[in-house]
Design a protein around this ligand. Structure first.
Ligand SMILES: C[S@@+](CC[C@H](N)C(=O)[O-])C[C@H]1O[C@@H](n2cnc3c(N)ncnc32)[C@H](O)[C@@H]1O
Length: 273
């Protein structure tokens, strides 16, 4: 098996490279593509910087008093995610991936995912018929937690990795829609997961906001390599054969050159060591 047989297939990589040529990777989102005007661009840029700083501080085990105060201040300013700033195309893209999540999982599955203050993923899953007791989510922000708690009970304040570590639940599916560009932040979450169900669905979002200048394609490959290197797990790519997985209609796994969002199914493979 080659790397290109990975979760993002050959055609996706070629398409991505084309897009990256058109929209070169920058140290932040290619903002104009997400938004309708310059003011929105500025707001999103600030939100992204705040999210990066928040992620950094949240992952530190021993913060000094100044950093603790800074973290409290960042959280108090509210969620960095605001889908009302997105273009229609991007809203459509996000909705499509909520539909893919529910297509790949069953309504009696137990799921973990990230959701924003608009509770879009939760609302979609509830409308599809999922049991509200079996939906779990974590969020950095108290206000978003309060919003989500209006819909489901299992909402936890804190980072996804810390929350997952504290929960003794075997999930059937994960949608790690954290909108970060940092592979280490995603691997931090993945490291808390034991893929010990016969079948686990996993969705990952990665933005072109590269913390170290590494291209988005290299970061996708890094995450796929991490998945393929897990013992006892056979990885299957949904992007390569969407119809086989029941994903119908027009399907996009990247949007506007700024974000890649892909899905894999991890099967427990007892023959693999
Ligand atoms: C991209 S939004 C989720 C969007 C949602 N899935 C949808 O389709 O509309 C991610 C949310 O999770 C929060 N978040 C991001 N990374 C997180 C992490 N590692 N731990 C906890 N919350 C996180 C963000 O603040 C935001 O509220």
């Amino acid at each position: 098996m080659t790397l290109l047989d990975g979760a993002i297939g050959t055609s996706h990589i070629i398409a991505l490279l084309g897009l990256l040529w058109l929209f070169p990777v920058s140290s932040s989102y290619s903002l104009p593509l997400f938004t309708t005007n310059a003011r929105n661009n500025q707001l999103i840029h600030k939100s992204n910087s705040r999210q990066s700083r928040l992620e950094h501080l949240t992952s530190q085990s021993d913060l000094n008093s100044t950093e603790r105060l800074e973290l409290t201040g960042l959280r108090a300013r509210g969620d960095t995610y605001n889908s009302s700033l997105f273009t229609e195309t991007h809203v459509h893209f996000k909705n499509l991936h909520n539909t893919i999540f529910s297509t790949l999982t069953n309504i009696d599955d137990t799921l973990f995912y990230l959701d924003g203050p608009q509770s879009t993923t939760t609302r979609h899953l509830l409308a599809t018929g999922y049991d509200n007791d079996k939906l779990y989510t974590a969020n950095y922000f108290g206000e978003t937690v309060a919003e989500l708690k209006r819909l489901i009970p299992n909402v936890f304040e804190g980072s996804a990795s810390e929350v997952l570590k504290s929960l003794d639940v075997n999930f059937d599916g994960y949608y790690l829609d954290s909108c970060t560009g940092s592979t280490s932040k995603i691997i931090e979450i993945l490291n808390t997961i034991t893929f010990n169900k016969p079948r686990t669905v996993l969705g990952i979002t990665l933005t072109n906001s590269s913390p170290d200048g590494s291209s988005i394609i290299n970061r996708v490959i890094e995450l796929n390599q991490w998945l393929y290197s897990q013992d006892g797990v056979k990885v299957e790519s949904v992007c390569d054969e969407p119809r086989r997985w029941g994903v119908e209609g027009e399907v996009k796994f990247e949007d506007e050159g700024v974000v890649v969002l892909w899905w894999v199914v991890l099967n427990k493979d007892d023959n693999r060591t």
